[in-house]
Design a protein around this ligand. Structure first.
Ligand SMILES: Cc1cc2nc3c(=O)[nH]c(=O)nc-3n(C[C@H](O)[C@H](O)[C@H](O)COP(=O)(O)OP(=O)(O)OC[C@H]3O[C@@H](n4cnc5c(N)ncnc54)[C@H](O)[C@@H]3O)c2cc1C
Length: 396
């Protein structure tokens, strides 16, 4: 069937991605969930297969493909039904490394972005702190200039890939006069911190879901970071974050779209199999209507995501639409999971049933990368205060 978004080459790429996932992920992912970690080999395999740098320039080791290749990868990662895996890869390939592509120096790109695209170095993005989640004004981690270095002190919370990362893209305060000020966000800078430097400590946190991704707490105790590891300009980090977070939100929405698809597919298979009262569950009208509503909402959410991806590919990162995609898709994923686990009866409540993992995993996406309430604020701001849907420049 013809699609306004996907060409025959895109479809071939979807088959390639599916095959990679079937061979290299599915046989092992349950073990990774149990171990609560991903092995370094999977990053290397994904890097070798070109799956970690689809949208990055060829000169940096990427494939320089249009964004719909990324849409396919993200949907297929979502369809696996293991949010820990999809998030670990997406944080690396589309979230942490975006800042390097956007504002990193050539030297930083060579030393960190290219190895990340090849899967030789793993990245994480450390913005959140205990007192600074939705409210970035409260950031307390400091980076004080000392000769050719910054000395970093502080901590970060809920950092995906935190214990396995080779480098951290960290938001720090470089303007001490702005700490605790209501204009504090303007004193933020972004630094690349090598995790092997003395004074960097990572501790795994115990998440409800996302088991194969490690979410960590990071501590920095007098960490000397070369000043050349500054991304872009000092005190401009807040603006870079606002920019790149929109791509993160589009990506989070696309992952959720893939997740919803697999949840609905699994549920339909269960309904078609499960016999009671002389019929299969799939024949009961009450259930069919609820499934019909969910599938309709899913298709609408998917089209909004494709539209935002199209805007990103053809124009600029669409500010309001990225927030809408994240809000809509991640909230819908929760609703779909809740309905679908109910349709599975007690079988769905067993840990070994995929639907229970999907149910447990989906809540985090409405919080991470900006909670749904923040998405609503951003959308309202675009619509009511700016008068039109705001637009920002492309971040990669
Ligand atoms: C599994 C997971 C992985 C994560 N990975 C990363 C990562 O890799 N890097 C990183 O830096 N951070 C990461 N985070 C942190 C995430 O970005 C923050 O949790 C998020 O920004 C919300 O911050 P908070 O948890 O401090 O909640 P708070 O800011 O304390 O907010 C709590 C709740 O209050 C509500 N709320 C907040 N603001 C408003 C408002 N203005 N109006 C109305 N209601 C509001 C929302 O429901 C929100 O969930 C991760 C989080 C999770 C759960």
């Amino acid at each position: 069937m013809k699609s306004p978004y996907f060409t025959a080459e895109h479809l071939q790429f979807r088959e390639y991605t599916k095959k990679f996932i079937e061979q290299e992920v599915i046989p092992y992912v349950d073990d990774w969930e149990l171990k609560r970690s991903l092995p370094k080999e999977i990053w290397k395999k994904m890097g070798k297969s070109g799956l970690l740098g689809l949208h990055y320039p060829k000169v940096l080791g990427g494939s320089e493909k249009d964004f719909f290749y990324s849409v396919i990868l993200l949907e297929e990662l979502g369809r696996i039904g293991y949010a820990g895996f999809r998030v670990a890869i997406a944080v690396h390939a589309y979230m942490a490394t975006s800042y390097l592509a956007y504002k990193g120096s050539n030297e930083l790109k060579k030393n960190y972005l290219t190895p990340a695209i090849l899967g030789e170095k793993i990245s994480c993005l450390a913005i959140t702190e205990s007192e600074a989640g939705s409210d970035l004004n409260q950031l307390q981690t400091t980076a004080t200039r000392n000769g050719d270095s910054y000395i970093v002190n502080g901590h970060k919370k809920f950092v995906a890939n935190g214990t396995i990362a080779d480098f951290i893209v960290a938001a720090v305060k470089t303007s001490s006069s702005l700490i605790n000020s209501k204009h504090g966000a303007t004193g933020i800078s972004l630094l690349i911190i090598d995790t092997k430097i003395e004074g960097v400590d990572a501790k795994k946190l115990n998440n409800l879901g996302w088991h194969c991704s490690d979410t960590a707490e990071l501590r920095f105790n007098n960490v000397y970071v070369p000043a050349k590891n500054l991304i872009g300009s000092e005190n401009q980090g807040f603006y870079y974050i606002m920019q790149c977070l929109q791509l993160e939100r589009l990506v989070a929405g696309l992952l959720a779209i893939g997740g919803i698809d697999s949840c609905l597919t699994l549920t339909w298979q269960h309904l078609a199999r499960r016999k009671l009262f002389g019929s299969t569950l799939s024949k009961f009208q009450a259930i069919r209507h609820r499934m019909a509503d969910l599938v309709t909402d899913f298709k609408a959410a998917q089209q909004l995501a494709y539209y935002a991806a199209w805007l990103y590919e053809h124009e600029e990162l669409p500010f309001a639409e990225c927030s809408m995609v994240k809000l809509n898709a991640t909230e819908l994923a929760n609703r779909v999971a809740q309905e679908c686990i109910q349709f599975h009866g007690a079988y769905g409540y067993q840990n070994e049933n995929a639907i229970s993992r999907i149910y447990r995993d989906c809540q985090a996406a409405t919080i991470a990368g900006g909670a749904s309430e923040i998405m609503r604020d951003l959308i309202a701001q675009s619509v009511f205060e700016e008068g039109i849907f705001g637009k920002t420049k492309s971040c990669v």
